[in-house]
Design a protein around this ligand. Structure first.
Ligand SMILES: [Fe+2]
Length: 195
């Protein structure tokens, strides 16, 4: 997502393509978006530091495809992504994956996160302690992966069909470091600021 500035909450809420789920929050803006997070995570205020909570938030959005299905696009040139909502506590992204598209190894700065499969099949490869593991099991619709700050992984669509996933991060992403694998270990190759 290098070079793509995440729109502010007001812009997201004013986006004519915004889904009804979030359009319903236009009148009161940021605080009502926090209410969305809080409706899934009672008591959530400044941050949602529990990755499991973020997983439930992502799952709640994914379970309501009527709210985002019309927004999904596919791009042969790069992975497609769309910020559904963002406030001071968290942000929610909708991503699509054509066959063969992948993230490469990356972290999420100081943010905790979670993602869930809405349709299709993805596969994750984590890299604890700087060493890539073997690829994990295929992640089918409904699967949720949650992680704390500093987690490094590569996510890819190895299937023959497109996939769609929903991602939640808290606090909102502010930087992301990218890694290459050299001699079985991760080597930092760059850092992106402001998605
Ligand atoms: Fe990631």
């Amino acid at each position: 997502m290098a070079g793509t500035l995440v729109p502010g909450v007001a812009e997201v809420l004013a986006d004519e393509h915004a889904s009804p789920l979030f359009a319903s929050h236009r009148a009161t803006g940021v605080h009502r978006l926090s209410t969305l997070c809080g409706s899934v995570v009672p008591g959530a205020t400044a941050t949602l530091s529990d990755p499991a909570q973020l997983g439930r938030l992502a799952r709640r959005v994914a379970d309501d495809p009527g709210q985002w299905l019309s927004l999904v696009r596919y791009d042969q040139g790069r992975r497609w992504y769309h910020c559904l909502a963002r406030d001071e506590a968290c942000e929610i992204w909708l991503l699509s994956w054509l066959p063969g598209q992948h993230t490469g190894f990356h972290d999420h700065g100081t943010s905790a996160g979670a993602f869930t499969i809405a349709s299709g099949v993805l596969r994750e490869r984590a890299a604890p302690d700087g060493r890539p593991e073997q690829p994990g099991r295929s992640l089918l619709p409904g699967a949720v992966r949650s992680f704390g700050p500093g987690y490094v992984h590569d996510v890819r669509n190895e299937s023959a069909r497109p996939a769609v996933s929903v991602h939640a991060y808290s606090p909102p992403l502010s930087s992301m470091r990218r890694y290459a694998v050299m001699s079985g270990r991760l080597q930092l190759t760059g850092e992106d600021w402001e998605w």
